[in-house]
Design a protein around this ligand. Structure first.
Ligand code: ZN
Length: 136
């Protein structure tokens, strides 16, 4: 095999490996998305007017004061859970878009590469550590 041929086949292999990695990430993200949607659907119904927006069902208030208090506090904690799940869902959508656009692993804000270790723990991360710290 001549030199150029060897390099080309090495490059091809590298590319295939990368594609495989990306495919795995995509699958991971889709699985995560599914489980979040399932969690959201448990206590909220999808808002038809807004895409990717869920509304927590407001509890049906009965005659018993004690029960109402519990239901309302449940509702409040559900709202915050819903908010967290929604923002995670948005991140996942963003990361999925990036895998299609071949910009996965690149920070949306500064364009720097996101630390692979960070992506391993948080495959939906679209910002590098620095930018996500600044956002807080
Ligand atoms: Zn950044």
């Amino acid at each position: 095999m001549d030199f150029l041929c060897e390099i080309n086949s090495k490059l091809k292999k590298m590319k295939e490996k990368n594609n495989e990695k990306l495919r795995n990430i995509k699958l991971k993200l889709i699985e995560k998305k599914k489980s979040i949607i399932a969690q959201l659907q448990k206590f909220s119904k999808k808002d038809k007017n807004i895409k990717d927006e869920y509304q927590t069902n407001f509890p049906h208030l009965g005659d018993h004061q004690d029960e109402n208090a519990v239901e309302v506090s449940d509702y409040t904690s559900q709202l915050s859970v819903e908010h967290d799940l929604e923002s995670e869902l948005r991140n996942i959508e963003g990361a999925l878009k990036k895998t299609s656009a071949n910009t996965y692993g690149v920070c949306s804000a500064c364009g720097e590469k996101i630390n692979p270790k960070r992506l391993e723990v948080m495959p939906e991360a679209t910002l590098c550590v620095k930018c996500s710290e600044m956002k807080k």
